[in-house]
Write a protein that binds this ligand. Structure first.
Ligand code: FMN
Length: 229
């Protein structure tokens, strides 16, 4: 068993600090890894890629870590472009390293649609990355209805109790130099709430946003439709 000492987390959401589900999920996991005696460093992708110096700092940290975690939102059925850019940059750098250590790579995806399987293609892409970047695939955790978390804290006695348990099990496994267990992967995929409730809340939020932006009466507009006169 290798000694697991350092974890690096990359948040793939470009939302402001404290507002993204990706950050909520990863900060919970990083806190659990800390409890296992693992030092953690977190980067936000839009800041980490902004300058060559910051990108170099991210690459150095990834090269020196034992666990690399990417937490990202699903954008158009795949990873956000900045997250893809980060993975491509990391893979390129690591392909040039002859004796690169092989950290675990864990991916955590969350989607706006309620079904967790929307994330599966993106997680398969992440698994390919692990292979190309000479990392050990620790598994992909997929959360549906990510909008219900929306930056809120992950707690073990609330709507997110299965998420918390999944991340607890994942942290325990990674700290013991093992990939995420099947139970953790399955728990993360469980619906946070009944689908109809999520859709009802989503619709409510949509109408409220339209009112705030003074476009509620124009929600049915189809400005680009060719069938409209
Ligand atoms: C540009 C864009 C594209 C998106 N595409 C999808 C998608 O294809 N499928 C889906 O389920 N959710 C999609 N979403 C919703 C986000 O995945 C969802 O809101 C997620 O919870 C955001 O996570 P974050 O808070 O970590 O950024 C999209 C959101 C945006 C802004």
């Amino acid at each position: 068993m290798n000694r697991i000492e350092r974890a690096v987390c990359l948040i793939g959401s470009a939302k402001r600090k404290g507002e993204s589900t990706s950050e909520a999920l990863s900060s919970y996991l990083m806190a659990r890894l800390n409890e296992h005696g693992i030092a953690t460093t977190t980067f936000a992708v839009h800041r980490a890629l902004r300058t060559p110096d910051r990108t170099a700092a991210l690459l150095d940290a990834v090269n020196a870590c034992d666990i690399f975690v990417l937490a990202f939102p699903l954008y158009v059925d795949t990873l956000p472009s900045l997250a893809t850019q980060a993975l491509e940059t990391i893979a390129l750098r690591r392909s040039e390293e002859l004796n690169a250590r092989r950290p675990w790579f864990l991916a955590i995806a969350n989607s706006g649609f309620p079904e967790a399987e929307h994330n599966d293609v993106a997680l398969a892409i992440c698994e390919q990355f692990a292979d190309i970047a000479k990392m050990r695939w620790a598994g992909g955790l997929a959360l549906g209805a990510g909008g219900a978390v929306n930056g809120g804290a992950i707690r073990d006695r609330s709507m997110t109790h299965n998420v918390a348990r999944s991340l607890d099990l994942t942290a325990m496994a990674l700290a013991a130099d093992r990939p995420a267990p099947v139970d953790a992967i399955n728990l993360m995929r469980r619906p946070l709430m009944p689908e109809r409730l999520y859709l009802f809340m989503g619709n409510l939020g949509w109408h409220r946003m339209a009112q705030v932006n003074r476009v509620w009466r124009r929600l049915g507009d189809r400005p680009f439709s060719t069938s409209n006169p």
